[in-house]
Design a protein around this ligand. Sequence first.
Ligand SMILES: [Zn+2]
Ligand SMILES: [Zn+2]
Length: 169
Amino acid sequence: MILDLKHCEAFPHQLELTDETVRAVIGTDNIRVIKNLKLKLNVQNSDDEYFCQGRLEATVQLECARCVKTFEKQLVTDVDFIVAPEGRNRAKEENIIDDEDYLYYDNDLCADLWEILRQALILAVSMKPLCEENCRGFCSVCGGNRNKKQCNCRNDNSRNQFAELRNLL
Ligand SMILES: [Zn+2]
Ligand SMILES: [Zn+2]
């Protein structure tokens, strides 16, 4: 998703961007795919920097932490970042303001938002996403998927309650 600042004439400038590209995500345990990005952004300008705040919506494919089934979820999260000219001293910048997310626009006043949006979505996903709130996961004794078939393993319940408790800690 590209933010094109050329068309922002008056500030604050409101814009809405959509991108339906299906993108695979690697390097995270939970998210497999991100698609249907929809971004509403409020852009403020100060000198050669642009302060952007907005709301991001996306469809993500997640892997259930209990039964490893892939499922889709609609996510909504707030985003907040600064777009600065390319070639600016990043290290220096980061020393001054280390809690701000920076990205950079090119000579054509365009900035690629994908990396910052990807990170915002990864943060918005819970550590243990569940396909359903009451997903039964795998039996700790026989290894069967308890959503599909209820097994009769002994101590099954007490073990799983214990596992549940551990998950909460
Ligand atoms: Zn599940
Ligand atoms: Zn079992």
